[in-house]
Design a protein around this ligand. Sequence first.
Ligand code: NAP
Length: 500
Amino acid sequence: MALQIPQRDERRHNLINGEWVPPRSGLYEPCINPADTREQIGQFPRSNKADAVTAIDAAHAAFPSWAATPGPERGRVIGRAWSILRSQVDLLAEALCLEEGKTIAEAKGEVLKGINLLEFYAGEGLRQHGKTLPGESRQTLTFTLRQPVGPVALITPWNFPFAIPVWKLAPALVAGCSVVLKPASLTPLTTHLIAEAFQEAGLPPGVLNVVTGPGSQVGDVIVDDPRIRAISFTGSNEIGLRLYQRAAARGVKVTAEMGGKNPVVVLDDADLDLAVEGIIQGAYGSTGQRCTATSRVVATPGILEKLTEALTARVRAIKVGDGRKQGMQMGPAVDASQLKVDLEAIAAAKRDGGRLLAGGERLAGPEHEHGFFVAPTLFDHVTPGSSLARQEVFGPVLAIQAAKDPGHALHLANDVEFGLSASLYTRDYFEAMRFVEKSEVGMVHVNQPTVGGEAQLPFGGIKSTGVGEKEMAEEGANFFTHLKTVWLDYTASKRTSSIY
Ligand code: NAP
């Protein structure tokens, strides 16, 4: 099967009950390339509440049969989708680059990550993760069973438009849930390609339904419908916490992965080159539009100056442009509104007394004039109370903070409301273990960038970043199940208190 990138004005539809159908709203929105806004990649439904209800109807009707399908068979469907998508990595990377702006290399990396996740969850069809445990009664078998919760909603952001839908969809399907998937309005294309691959892989009609459209219309209906039994959300704190409150009011499970303000702590004894490499990759990769992006560097006195100099030189040399062009290292902000957020964060950092070392403006000129390009930006002299030290930017703006000693560095690293990822560069095992134990985050790296996730490892944050079960790994699928505890007295049919 050949997946295709739509032509400029081609209309795509919603996937409801196995058919691609026009939205009841009759409305469409263009998908725009943020590197060159003259380029349009198809038109996608601007669905309304009625469209969302139709998708929920289909998921509700398809649930009993999919839930009763044996796990290995569910896993094989995911395995076939894996095989289809794996054969089209280049096309998927191009689609991702067009709709979100990542460089081709980054887009390929994201697609391969999604493909690894499909491989992992195809195998999870062979496992159920229930337990057999000893009971207090004789001749009684006691065990736990994992059962699918019901139809579920998956609501995804624009920054990883291939990997995040996959890391929610694959565990939901392998657990036996039917799905309504709402991708971000800015990046619907790769979700459509994923859905086409699942259709081709033999996923029964109605098990996966895809509706695009504004979160305020479609999202609210999905969150409030009593037939939706779990919601997996990734996105901003503002929307995520609102959604969590609404869902809690009707007692359904929620996992919400939200913002970050991830620190890299560099101690005096660190390998300087390794730290610089990791910081550049973590802060400016994907234009800083990663929940796990490095947004703060906290350094101790013996290394601060050398590190600042080395980072400044590297940041000034980053090549920014259309991610499809050879040699580009950073793409654009995803849209005008994210560009505005980036520029406002830069202005606020200057007002708060930060010293601008690199970047600090929108890029103009022939290569950049049609896209949302911001220069990779670096500040030092960033104080703990300033907005750049505390608020998520979600763009290529990095803050350097000075620490008195390793203990103070740990304090600064933890001194934010978020708790997603943190990294420490040192050669000292004591300091490394202290950081592992005391850093207030869901994921810790030592001598590695703050970014990254692996299919088989739990992913997610604490504090204001995350609510609910971790994603990916066994935990990712567990979220979509109920755990049922069973006592089975096998003497009853013999009408005796002891058969031995
Ligand atoms: P967002 O504005 O919160 O949107 C996320 C999703 O929610 C989109 O599909 C959006 O639809 C939808 N939505 C909007 N209003 C809704 C409502 N009332 N009810 C239900 N859904 C609604 O976030 P974003 O700007 O796409 O993503 C950036 C944020 O995601 C950053 O804060 C980043 O840190 C976070 N993020 C976190 C992780 C993590 O694992 N912790 C990973 C990636 C990103 P529309 O697109 O139609 O508005």
